[in-house]
Design a protein around this ligand. Structure first.
Ligand SMILES: [Zn+2]
Ligand SMILES: [Zn+2]
Ligand SMILES: [Zn+2]
Length: 333
């Protein structure tokens, strides 16, 4: 302290590592790559055809993330006498979902294009499950300026991690416990219960069911389950994938039209880890639509972030009713 500003700054050593939170028992991914290697943004969209990394002649393109949290050849982690660290070994990818810059959300891309995107995700799962260090593949997309997405060109992300993400770990543990006690899959049971309750079902197709679960956390939280009990995305058949593409298009179309502005949301695929057997698990998609039924933005704030429990200031039944109406009226041709 008391030194010139310049000298009191920590040295710009590249730190890219996993730090273990011993209290919550989970990993934090730490990287100062952005600081250590300043990047001058080029003018123009980095995902459009003809940009330095994209080239031409593609429908769906997989790119390396420019500022990856995880890399295949990570630096040596910080040594610490108390805290546990691990190398940030992994892969962070960007999946450009269309060559068209203004294509909008997946629902506007149409089912054929969404099918191609899903095929791409499937091939990434196929590829990385062969990598010895790869333990999990998380496919997710963030949509909407309200939740900090600055690049509008349609894209998703994939993180291949050397650990099982905390939320997946919790799901695996609870579904295993449920299976041991009841000799049935927890997700298969939820699928049957939601289908018979009907009030929270948003869309039902031959091979998938989309609903806002009884226990939804986010106002418009849609879960999409395959009717068949499968664990890994590579086990999803071509017919199921085609059906999924059309279900995703309908559900996102409904979400983007509940209010007269697109719904900010996150979408994630929860599948089994890439290693080991997880037969009591059941893959599914989760979409977290962030507008409340009033149309105002829901924030994860003190209770949610500080306590870990969500507050839901309407009912999932009411949200499902609104979403179903929007989908039926505006998305079924
Ligand atoms: Zn673009
Ligand atoms: Zn199941
Ligand atoms: Zn889940």
């Amino acid at each position: 302290m008391g030194q010139e500003g310049e000298e009191s700054k920590p040295p710009r050593r590249l730190v890219q590592e996993l730090r273990w939170d011993p209290i919550l028992g989970e990993w934090v991914m730490v990287s100062n790559l952005r600081e250590a290697r300043p990047w001058r943004p080029r003018s123009g969209c980095p995902f459009c055809p003809g940009a330095p990394e994209t080239g031409y002649g593609w429908d769906v393109l997989v790119l390396d993330n420019k500022f990856p949290m995880l890399v295949q050849d990570p630096p040596e982690p910080t040594r610490h006498s108390f805290y546990r660290v691990a190398p940030a070994r992994g892969k962070c990818l960007v999946v450009v979902e269309s060559p068209r810059h203004d294509a909008g959300d997946l629902d506007e891309l149409g089912a054929n294009q969404v099918y191609k995107v899903m095929k791409t995700i499937q091939s990434l799962v196929e590829k990385y499950k062969e990598e010895e260090w790869a333990i999990y593949l998380l496919y997710f997309r963030n949509k909407g300026e309200e939740i900090g997405v600055s690049l509008t060109h349609p894209h998703a992300q994939v993180y291949v991690t050397p650990f099982i993400p905390s939320k997946i770990l919790r799901e695996l543990e609870n579904s295993r416990r449920y299976y041991e006690k009841n000799s049935e899959c927890l997700f298969c049971r939820i699928l049957r219960v939601e289908e018979s309750d009907k009030v929270r079902v948003v869309y039902s197709s031959r091979r998938w069911l989309a609903f806002i679960p009884f226990f939804a956390h986010w106002p418009f939280e849609v879960h999409i389950y395959p009717r068949r009990h499968v664990q890994l995305f590579t086990e999803v058949s071509d017919e199921e994938l085609e059906d999924l593409a059309s279900v995703l298009v309908k559900v996102l179309c409904g979400l983007n039209r509940v209010f007269n502005k697109p719904m900010p949301h996150m979408m994630v695929l929860h599948q089994a880890p890439l290693k080991g057997r997880h037969e009591d698990y059941h893959l599914h998609f989760e979409i977290y639509g962030a507008y409340r039924v009033s149309g105002r933005l829901k924030y994860a704030a003190g209770m949610e972030m500080g306590g870990g429990n969500f507050t839901y200031d309407s009912t999932p039944e009411q949200a499902a009713h609104m979403l179903r109406a929007s989908l039926q009226k505006k998305c079924i041709s």
